[in-house]
Design a protein around this ligand. Structure first.
Ligand code: ATP
Ligand code: MG
Length: 167
């Protein structure tokens, strides 16, 4: 059985990893990288390829296999779930606790509710804010993610973006 987990992964964090770890006993994972066309903005600093690499390296280290599929937005909610389905290998269920994702997928797929883990810290928005402010963000992401963000000079990028400078 395959299950889809869709997120923007800006960046992949330990909340996502907890959902993944709990699912892998029961499901082969399809991980959808949402808003794949977006990058180089404060809310979406990393490209789909960079986010792919974060997920790929982390799952490889953990010995977890998954299909990783970048998915560009369609600004058309009523067809979004079909769009996602058309881009992914066949899957049986969707893992989500996002109300809109649940609403849009429910007519088409079995939806499995997931828990939120330490949401005040394990949150993309919180992590991006800490990156900009120079606070601790490394403890909230897998080691492979912080290492890769260093390699691509991601903190420098997000601070440029926050200042409104051109890259
Ligand atoms: P952002 O703040 O950038 O929106 P996010 O932390 O909400 O980031 P997304 O990349 O938007 O993460 O991924 C959304 C998916 O990941 C949803 O299914 C959401 O429920 C799940 N998720 C996000 N954070 C957690 C968490 N702390 N625990 C469990 N699931 C989480
Ligand atoms: Mg979110």
């Amino acid at each position: 059985m395959r299950a889809l987990l869709i997120g923007r992964f800006q960046p992949l964090h330990l909340g996502h990893m907890e959902v993944i770890r709990r699912a892998i006993g029961d499901y082969e994972l399809v991980i959808g990288i949402g808003s794949a066309q977006k990058s180089h903005t404060i809310d979406n600093p990393f490209t789909a390829g960079e986010r792919y690499e974060m997920i790929y390296r982390t799952l490889k280290k953990e010995g977890i296999g998954a299909h990783i599929i970048p998915i560009a937005d369609v600004d058309y909610n009523s067809v979004w779930a079909s769009h996602v389905i058309s881009l992914c290998p066949p899957f049986d269920a969707v893992l989500s606790n996002n109300p809109l994702t649940i609403e849009l997928f429910s007519p088409l797929k079995k939806v499995l509710g997931t828990e939120m883990f330490s949401r005040t810290e394990y949150s993309g928005k919180e992590i991006r804010s800490r990156m900009i402010e120079g606070e601790d963000w490394r403890s909230l992401v897998p080691r492979e993610v912080s290492g890769y963000i260093d390699e691509i000079r991601g903190i420098e990028r997000i601070r440029y973006l926050a200042r409104g400078d051109e890259l």
